[in-house]
Design a protein around this ligand. Structure first.
Ligand SMILES: CC(C)(COP(=O)(O)OP(=O)(O)OC[C@H]1O[C@@H](n2cnc3c(N)ncnc32)[C@H](O)[C@@H]1OP(=O)(O)O)[C@@H](O)C(=O)NCCC(=O)NCCS
Length: 169
C-alpha cells in the first residue's frame, strides 16, 4: 500500500466515493456530481500550499492507476480553537482487507514523525462498525458521542482522539 497526494486526475475516484449513495450512507447521502472537479482542484491547491494532507490510497505501487480510497488530515476551527481531524474512505471492491486501517495508521505515523498536527480527532458515524473499530484498535481514546456537521448535514457520530506521538498502536 502507498499513499500519494491527490492530483487533478482523481476526479473519477472522488465521484465514486462522494457521489455514491452506499459510500455516503453514513455521511448524509451522496454529494452532487457537479461540484467534484472544483472540489479536487481546491484539494490539490490546499496540498500544494501544505495546508492539508489529502492522500489517495494505492493498494499496489506496481499498479499506480488503481486508487482504493482516501485518507485526509486537516485543521479547522472549533469551539475550542483549531482542531486537527482525520477522515477516510475505501471503495467497496477494496474493503475488508485492512486497507483503511493501514492507511490511517500510515498517515498518523507520518504526523508523529514530522511532529505536526498535535492531537488528532476523528468523528465516525455512530453506526459505522469498521470506522469505530479502526479508531479503537489504533489507540484512539473515545471522547463522547456528539452531533457533527459534514457537507452541511448534521450527523450522529462518535468523537475519538489520539496523540500519535504517544498513543499510536
Ligand atoms: C469504513 C471503511 C473505511 C472501512 O474500510 P476497510 O478497508 O474495509 O476497513 P478495514 O479492512 O481496514 O477494517 C477496519 C477494521 O474494522 C473491522 N470491521 C470491518 N467491518 C466491520 C463491521 N461491520 N463492524 C465492526 N468491525 C468491522 C475490521 O475487522 C478491522 O478491524 P481489525 O483490523 O481489528 O480486524 C469503508 O467501509 C468505507 O469507506 N465506507 C464508506 C465511507 C465511510 O463510512 N467512511 C468513514 C467515515 S468516518
Amino acid at each position: 500500500m502507498q499513499l500519494r497526494n491527490v492530483e487533478l486526475g482523481d476526479v473519477d475516484a472522488y465521484v465514486r466515493m462522494r457521489c455514491d449513495p452506499v459510500m455516503m450512507a453514513d455521511l448524509g447521502g451522496p454529494l452532487p456530481r457537479a461540484g467534484m472537479e472544483d472540489k479536487v482542484r481546491r484539494d490539490v491547491h490546499r496540498v500544494a500550499a501544505d495546508l492539508d494532507w489529502i492522500k489517495m490510497v494505492v493498494p499496489d505501487p506496481a499498479a499506480p492507476e488503481v486508487v482504493a480510497g482516501t485518507v485526509t488530515l486537516w485543521s479547522h476551527e472549533s469551539d475550542d480553537g483549531p482542531m486537527s481531524e482525520i477522515g477516510w474512505m475505501v471503495l467497496p471492491e477494496h474493503q475488508g482487507r485492512g486497507l483503511a486501517k493501514l492507511a490511517v495508521r500510515t498517515l498518523l505515523e507520518q504526523a508523529r514523525d514530522e511532529g505536526r498536527w498535535g492531537l488528532v480527532h476523528a468523528f465516525p458515524a455512530t453506526g459505522n462498525g469498521a470506522s469505530n473499530g479502526i479508531c479503537r484498535s489504533l489507540g484512539f481514546r473515545f471522547v463522547a458521542g456528539r452531533e457533527v456537521t459534514f457537507a452541511d448535514r448534521v450527523l450522529s457520530a462518535n468523537h475519538w482522539a489520539i496523540d500519535p506521538s504517544t498513543a499510536l498502536i
